[in-house]
Ligand binder design. Sequence first.
Ligand code: GLN
Length: 532
Amino acid sequence: MKYIVVTGGVISGLGKGITTSSLGKILQARGLKVTAIKIDPYLNYDAGTMNPYQHGEVFVLDDGGEVDLDLGNYERFLDTNLTSDHNITTGKVYLTVIERERKGEYLGSTVQIIPHITEEIKRRIKKIAMQTMADVVLIEVGGTVGDIESMPFLEAMRQLRMEEGERNVFFVHTTLVPVVSVVGEQKTKPTQHSVKELRSLGIQPDMIVGRSREPLSEETRRKISLFCDVPYEAVISAPDARSIYEVPLIFEEQGVGEYILGKMQIRGRTPRWKEWKKYLDRLFNPRDEITIAIVGKYVHLKDSYISHKESFTHVASFLRLKINLKWIDSEDLEDEGTKLLDGVDGILIPGGFGPRGTEGKVMAAQYARENGIPFLGVCFGFQLATIEFARHVLGYEDANSTELARTEYPVIDLLPEQRGVDKLGGTMRLGAQKIIIEKGSMAHSIYGTTEIYERHRHRYEVNPDYIEEFEKHGLHFSGRDESGIRMEIFELKGHPFFMGSQFHPEFKSRPLKPSPLHLALAKAALEYKKRS
Ligand code: GLN
């Protein structure tokens, strides 16, 4: 088994996830089977209960795992489906160890961070290596070297190298190389310090990836090489890229693939980049342009909606279209009105929770519906568009979701199986679920099939008591679960494109397989633009 461990120094947000994904892509291009694990040193069991404002979007996997958004990057770059076990947190590790202690499995011994916690960390990693039968397992250690939280994980990685042997465990350290003065000199001191910190934990990096605006100068690379004791060829530049999907090629040009394969004694075929290059070529050479508004509550942190953003990037390449995303805070819509939507060619309302800002989203849905503007509502967006329709077309003035208010017309209501649920962690309707699409519907022409699996994360749904009424007035539910009582997709009759999905199509979008609903929205937006 071979492992590549990616650590980070100096600051967070260096794009370790992109580095990890790109290294994986480089190996994959050589015909190797790779998988990736994200370690999150926080105490939460998973990302499900975390506010998107702190950690960005909660990504959802097929198996219902609510995980760190980096797993979304791995899935998109590597075009693979991961499981919850690929996100290891302090919470998961400690819970297992403490439960084991309570069962008496460590009877007689003092349970300690070393060896018990570190053993559990390695056990989880090796289990994935075994299950996936990957040639190489990439492990990204979240946080920054020196954090108290990441200590047990780095210690486990040090042990892993000792146990598996030098050739089988390769350490990549990502750091920041800032330019402070107007003179433009790249500063290597932060890198030197963070490598020193890493070495004090017994880890000598095999490769250093320096994030900077411009490529690292030869002098900078030499300095880093000398002071950090890493060969010159293993000091890699990670300058700002036009697209994250370009990073694997930027690394490839610097010989990263050959270097790693050589050091780890892995054999791979000559790398194949044809499809990937074509993908980028289409992305960088658009023939037309549209603007899509994303109306949400967490728009000030773009990572909150990263999967939507990426879905539109995939669509952009597919259609050779420049897609400008206009991020609109739904509370601003409430204050300033729909003039904020002037000039947009399409509107998307993403998922969300809780009452704040919902009226602004309802306004956006109404504006799209009444003005023939292409619209896609996802999850909460699907629910709010349904509410809007109930209020203004069915005439149920105070129609609402029971999540948001007391109402005489609870058109969105708790899923029946949620009634007894009192714990918040991991208890929503989660993960991939089967959806049956009606033959001949718009959804059918978009997906090209009548049976799909898409990922979910919700507690509420369209109240079945109102379906007939909705249908009678043209809000047609063309996608349902197998029982037929759970609404999954709507499409509005007589509107060029007004759709919603209870599921999240953005989680399964891949560079070469864009989300069908985002694609359909963009196509409709382009037509709308040409018409108007
Ligand atoms: N808050 C809504 C629900 O729980 C929507 C959830 C979401 O958008 N992910 O059903």
